[in-house]
Design a binder for this molecule. Structure first.
Ligand SMILES: Cc1cc2nc3c(=O)[nH]c(=O)nc-3n(C[C@H](O)[C@H](O)[C@H](O)COP(=O)(O)OP(=O)(O)OC[C@H]3O[C@@H](n4cnc5c(N)ncnc54)[C@H](O)[C@@H]3O)c2cc1C
Length: 442
């Protein structure tokens, strides 16, 4: 019996799912149609960092060397920067390192190894914008913006934070809930909306040589840095031998959880950043004066969906758990989803008849982990900014803001502990649990 899979979205999650299937699929009865709204695979934005969890998945795909060859690695130091007398107060200890690369390089790496033109189980449909679906006992009917439709046994929504898959799924869940509890139906719908993480991120790249020419000793040239201070922070790290990726945050007091206003991304200027940080340390001010084009992102997230799967439909990547950027985990978590879902779909016992049961295993394994990472990421961002609600208990906020090293150590110890997620456990262990559950249920 065949298993016809539709993937909507050809970003990092959709592409990595196709790649995992290519590696682990043993039967030739599974086929994949990947629908991408754009006319080509592309990736907006600058750099991306990945960690040991993600590297271990690339290793199991036989691609760790290919990933490492495209990436650069640097230590990450925490600085107290909201002063004219700045200092480093901790170097984050990453036992397996962290590696960063341009985002487009990550997409290219996935596409090159997928080789869509010579992969028989896979058909790519570009310029195909998915709108909504309807599912029945035998399959799912997908509808597209050009008026066409198609059928599959399984729909995977890899369509990013604005996911029409998620919207259709939760409209349908809310409709069912409304039959017994209309008030709860409204909260089901509301819980599936992205909300504001309370901050804007200005993203830009800096040419390291240009900075060296005007500021040869600039600390930004020597390491990845977390520029910390009251109410704001900046991240900078190299993504190639010459390029430095910079994320400058403008956190709005009380903004967390407020409805999203304005565009998700807009063109901005370096003057806006300079104004925000003009009373911070000089190395940062000089670096900002030399950056390239700037874009301003509204950072939003999806906190704790109640389910990632409903019948024959499931969500992966940002469509399920878009998160703030502070933990460098969004792409990594998208790839984790793809790894677990791909291995489940490649399992010989999974068929068009029991797919809903198999998706429950995906949900049970992935949802608790990704939901935890969304919250971790939020807390980490606020810790960089010494936000009183997120500090470890017993922190003296006034001393901390004044730069007391004991108080800063409490913050860095907490951060170090939160960061452990990236190397403490590997997705392979999650797959082992998923495998046991599949064997028991199917
Ligand atoms: C400022 C910023 C910095 C970040 N830095 C990092 C970092 O350092 N490390 C990290 O791990 N993560 C980082 N992330 C997060 C990471 O970029 C995302 O988590 C990741 O790209 C999610 O991949 P995705 O494939 O799920 O979604 P997306 O990348 O959004 O891809 C969705 C795809 O679906 C397509 N699509 C959308 N709608 C439709 C439709 N209706 N029909 C068909 N196709 C559709 C889109 O064209 C796109 O190709 C960052 C994010 C931001 C905003």
């Amino acid at each position: 019996m065949s298993l016809k899979v539709a993937i909507c979205g050809g970003g990092i999650s959709g592409l990595s799912l196709a790649l995992v299937l290519k590696k682990f699929m043993v039967s030739s009865t599974l086929t994949v149609d990947l629908y991408e709204a754009e006319s080509a695979f592309t990736e907006v934005g600058a750099g991306i960092t990945v960690w040991q969890r993600t590297r271990s998945i690339f290793a199991s795909l036989g691609l760790q060397a290919a990933l490492d060859n495209r990436a650069v690695s640097s230590p990450m130091k925490l600085r107290k920067s909201d002063t004219k007398e700045p200092f480093a107060f901790h170097t984050l200890d990453f036992p397996h390192g962290s590696i960063a690369l341009p985002r487009l390089d990550m997409v290219q790496l996935l596409v090159e190894n997928l080789q869509p033109d010579s992969t028989p189980f896979l058909t790519i449909h570009f310029s195909k914008k998915f709108v909504s679906y309807k599912q029945d006992a035998d399959g799912v009917t997908l509808r597209f913006s050009d008026g066409s439709s198609s059928r599959a046994h399984l729909l995977v929504g890899a369509d990013g934070i604005g996911s029409p898959t998620r919207k259709t799924m939760y409209a349908s869940i809310a409709e069912r809930v409304a039959q017994s509890d209309p008030a709860k139906a409204a909260s089901v719908l509301e819980g599936a909306q992205p909300t504001w993480a309370g901050t804007y991120a200005y993203r830009t790249l800096l040419d390291g040589e240009k900075l060296r020419a005007v500021s040869p000793e600039n600390v930004m040239l020597s390491s990845g840095l977390m520029w910390c201070g009251s109410g704001k922070h900046v991240i900078s790290y190299p993504i190639s031998p010459t390029l430095i990726n910079i994320l400058v945050f403008d956190t709005v007091p009380g903004g967390l959880g407020k409805p999203l206003a304005g565009p998700s991304v807009a063109v901005a200027s370096k003057d806006e950043i300079a104004e925000l940080y003009n009373d911070w340390e000089d190395d940062l001010r000089i670096a900002v004066e030399n950056v390239g084009d700037v874009s301003k992102w509204t950072i939003s997230h999806i906190r704790g969906l109640s389910q990632y799967a409903d019948g024959r439909v499931t969500l992966i990547g940002d469509s399920a758990h878009a998160m703030s950027t502070h933990f460098g985990a969004g792409a990594g978590q998208a790839i984790d989803d793809s790894y677990i879902l791909g291995r489940i779909l490649a399992h010989p016992k999974v068929t068009a008849g029991n797919i809903a049961e198999a998706l429950k295993v995906y949900d049970a394994i992935r949802r608790p982990i990704a939901s935890d990472v969304v919250e971790r990421s939020l807390r980490i961002g606020f810790l960089y900014e010494f936000h009183p609600d997120y500090l470890p208990s017993g922190t003296d906020i006034d001393k901390l803001r004044a730069g007391d090293r004991n108080e800063l150590k409490k913050v860095s110890d907490t951060l170090q502990d939160l960061w452990r997620f990236h190397w403490a456990e590997m997705p392979e262990q999650d797959w082992e649990r998923a495998h046991e559950m599949l064997e028991a249920r199917l």
